[in-house]
Design a protein around this ligand. Structure first.
Ligand code: FA5
Length: 355
């Protein structure tokens, strides 16, 4: 009886051994991985064929059971190994198919590259100007846009009803503060909070009731100032001449015309040789931009007035200093040949994309 069972089990094992691999291959070929797994479960699963054979083992006597047990285990290992190998083959061929498939349609028309953003011309010019002054030893100083009347006007020597206060036509807030009309407020704040020597540039937005092709109600200035013992007008001129050459090119001349600002004495306006009508010979013909003069004004400057030093707690007997202030939009307009300041604030991509 037991030999009969043993022979029967042997037979079943032999049949299964001959069949499992072709069955796996057929299943994988027809239905891929899911079919292969299903076929595997039919053999090795809880109700699988090999499991059923194992259950018959109980009826086999001791020494035969050991022999058959070994055979069953061996076959189980063969089935598992074949199954794993086929799973790997399927995964590899799936990946090959993915890699070989064209990921895009070569016949589609190309897509134009997305245009890259870039700095606004006012920002580029501001950075350029600050870089030049940084290389000349100036540090950057910040100041507030909402300011006290004292720092914007009084300490700078504007008498209460001075026409300059009117001239600058200020935006006042309801609480009695104002939107600064120039970056000269930073001079005051720096001198009140620290001791000389100092060399600063102060960039920022300023506000005035102005609105035409060369004037905007909000624009940007860069203030520069140096305070130390024995600072001279010659140093002011040398600094600005160096700045003009670096910004507008070698050989760009500057000239200084006497001018009045309450916070400097002497005061001057600085013109640069017109960059639009310069001839190869270096002479300037005169054009509509420079109003036929060959010169364009770029900034105001002067030696800091002793009264300003007094108002800020700095000894005017010991210290002298110079200051200058330029309009960044004005510098940008000259740099890029922009005829109307309002173009700089409209944010029209057709305009901005040209820079
Ligand atoms: C001043 O604002 C002085 N604080 C400059 C200064 C500083 C003088 C230190 C002496 C010592 P002014 O008002 O001229 O000066 O303005 C300076 C520059 O700002 C002008 O040269 C011009 O380029 C620019 N600017 C003036 N008003 C406007 C405006 N409404 N829109 C655009 N730019 C302007």
């Amino acid at each position: 009886m037991s030999t009969e069972v043993e022979a029967q089990i042997d037979q079943s094992l032999a049949t299964l051994r001959a069949a499992f691999s072709p069955r796996f291959e057929a299943a994988a070929g027809a239905g891929g991985e899911p079919a292969l797994r299903e076929e595997n479960a039919k053999i090795l699963g809880k109700k699988g064929e090999l499991t059923a054979i194992l259950k018959q083992m109980g009826t086999v006597p001791g020494d035969a059971r050991k022999r058959i047990g070994e055979k069953v285990n061996l076959l189980k290992q063969e089935v598992e190994a074949r199954f794993e190998a086929l799973i790997k083959t399927l995964a590899a061929s799936k990946r090959d198919a993915e890699l070989n498939a064209l990921p895009f349609d070569l016949t589609l028309p190309g897509r134009a590259p997305t245009p890259r953003g870039h700095r606004h011309p006012v920002s580029s010019v501001r950075e350029e100007v600050l870089d030049i002054f940084a290389s000349l030893g100036f540090a950057v100083h910040d100041g507030p846009e909402i300011e006290l009347k004292e720092n914007n006007f009084t300490r700078l020597g504007f008498p209460p009803d001075h026409p300059a206060t009117d001239m600058q036509d200020t935006f006042w807030t309801t609480s009695g503060t104002l939107l600064r009309t120039h970056t000269s407020n930073v001079q005051v704040r720096a001198m009140m909070s620290q001791k000389p020597p100092m060399a600063f540039v102060a960039p920022g937005a300023v506000y005035r009731r102005d609105d035409d092709v060369t004037h905007s109600p909000m624009f940007h200035q860069i203030e520069g100032f140096v305070v130390d013992e024995k600072v001279t007008f010659a140093e002011l001129k040398g600094t600005l001449a160096e700045f003009a050459e670096r910004l507008y090119g070698p050989g760009t001349p500057i000239r200084m015309r006497p001018s009045y600002f309450p916070f400097v004495e002497p005061g001057a306006e600085v013109d640069i040789g017109c960059v639009f009508c310069i001839q190869p010979s270096g002479t300037r013909r005169g054009c509509s931009v420079c109003k036929r003069t060959g010169w364009i004004e770029i900034l105001g400057c002067g030696m800091i007035h002793p009264v300003v030093f007094e108002h800020c707690g700095i000894d005017p007997e010991r210290y002298t200093g110079f200051a200058f202030g330029m309009g960044v939009e004005r510098v940008a307009m000259l740099r890029y040949g922009i005829p109307d300041i309002r173009l700089l604030f409209e944010n029209d991509p057709r305009f901005l994309s040209q820079f």
